[in-house]
Design a protein around this ligand. Structure first.
Ligand SMILES: Cc1cc2nc3c(=O)[nH]c(=O)nc-3n(C[C@H](O)[C@H](O)[C@H](O)COP(=O)(O)O)c2cc1C
Length: 316
């Protein structure tokens, strides 16, 4: 029996390449993007991604193994160059048998060629047109174009999705996944209008019911205004966007925020002490009004996407 309440699939090059019904990808996020969250996304018809940025490759291997128990749907893995401690990470990922990898925060020439040679599909995450063209030259299959309003580590010269996405889309032919500020069907439809064929949700997935983070972080996202994130290391590296707290507001004015400011991340992520570290969060927290199960987030986003596409067709 077909599930009558389920929205119709959205067919794009991204869904065809990844073998999924809905072009919604859950962002890779250190410690958070593990089997509990990623399997919920894949089971709902999107694409779950397992992180490696925690550097805990033994645990990551176990999370990838768990995925086989929790879903028979496709999922991917992310390699975030900035956090790679083990240079053989591409071999590690290939050995796990995954078919799709996003590479981010680094040189696309480092991991994309060996991964592609092993038959994997590789999308590289880019914050500028220059890096997009470099990734294309490295032979990637697609791009994740990430605007500076998104949560997490960022290029200090941040460019909003509204500007970056159509710019990159006008210069490349590969499929694009939009990231940064995507939270629902309306923002997804906007991303498609700007040239994307898929979207990636980070902050929305941190706030999801299946996200493993402490409820204090989820509640802070729900309570946040659109102005409640700060950009750190504007004139240094790595730039990052995090929830406004007493700690992050103080660090916002510092010339350089060392990574050691995040050394107690576990106390924040899972202990709920919002002042212990930095809660990587995007501006779109200001549009998130409740903690919802992943299936509802994805199905409501797709239903709204269809509605908005239909209503916009009145202008065709
Ligand atoms: C808590 C958190 C951790 C993140 N960690 C990673 C990571 O390990 N690798 C990566 O490529 N991007 C990472 N990002 C960026 C996301 O992949 C995504 O592109 C971004 O969150 C999109 O913007 P949004 O927050 O507005 O949805 C992280 C984002 C957040 C919020």
């Amino acid at each position: 029996m077909p599930d009558v309440a389920r929205p119709a699939p959205v067919r794009t090059r991204v869904t065809e390449m990844l073998g999924i019904d809905y072009p919604i990808i859950q962002a890779p996020m250190g410690w958070i993007a593990r089997a509990q969250l990623a399997s919920a996304v894949s089971n709902a018809g999107g694409l779950g991604i397992i992180e490696t940025s925690s550097g805990q490759l033994d645990q990551v291997r176990e999370e990838i193994r768990k995925m086989a128990d929790l879903t028979d749907k496709p999922f991917g893995v992310n390699i975030a160059g900035l956090f790679v401690r083990d240079p053989s990470i591409a071999d590690f990922v290939i050995a796990q048998g995954v078919k799709f990898v996003t590479t981010s925060a680094g040189d696309p020439n480092q991991y994309a060629p060996p991964l592609r040679a092993a038959g994997l599909t590789v999308f590289h995450v880019v914050p500028t047109l220059k890096t997009a063209l470099k990734a294309i030259a490295a032979g990637v299959d697609g791009l994740v174009v990430e605007g500076g309003e998104g949560g997490g580590f960022k290029n200090p010269r941040d460019v909003a999705t509204m500007v970056l996405l159509p710019l990159v889309a006008s210069k490349v032919g590969v499929p694009i996944v939009a990231a940064g500020g995507i939270v629902d069907g309306r923002s997804m439809a906007a991303a498609f209008a700007l040239g994307a064929e898929g979207v990636q949700m980070g902050t929305r997935m941190v706030s999801a019911a299946e996200s493993p983070v402490h409820e204090n972080w989820k509640n802070a996202i729900v309570a946040a205004a659109e102005t409640d994130t700060v950009f750190l290391n504007r004139f240094s590296r790595p730039g990052l966007r995090a929830m406004r707290t007493e700690r992050s507001e103080r660090l916002e004015k510092d010339d350089h925020v060392p990574m050691s400011e995040m050394s107690r991340a576990m106390d924040l992520y899972f202990g709920g002490d919002m002042e212990a570290s930095l809660a990587l969060t995007g501006q779109v927290a200001g549009r998130i009004e409740s903690v919802r199960p992943v299936k509802e987030i994805i199905e409501e986003s797709i239903a709204e996407f269809h509605d908005i596409c239909r209503s916009l067709s009145a202008f065709a």
